[in-house]
Ligand binder design. Structure first.
Ligand code: SF4
Length: 65
């Protein structure tokens, strides 16, 4: 199963992930990105992978469990 994970410790809170890929991320009340999917299907995998590529801090990773 593929999942997307996010490291808030290095996130810059710039918001590209939730602005560009709202099927996978949303902003929480304080503007931090939050992951809104569990296991990735083909569609959400593409969205998460794209977010991982554009994230300026490298905070987004896709893992295989
Ligand atoms: S794109 Fe990366 S740095 Fe920007 S809010 Fe999302 S996780 Fe944080």
């Amino acid at each position: 199963m593929r999942k997307v994970v996010l490291d808030r410790a290095i996130c810059l809170k710039a918001g590209q992930c939730f602005y560009l890929q709202p099927s996978v991320f949303k902003a929480d009340a304080e503007g931090w990105p939050e992951i809104i999917v569990g296991d990735l299907d083909d569609e959400t995998f593409e969205a998460a992978d794209s977010a991982a590529e554009i994230c300026p801090s490298g905070a987004i990773e896709i893992i295989d469990e």
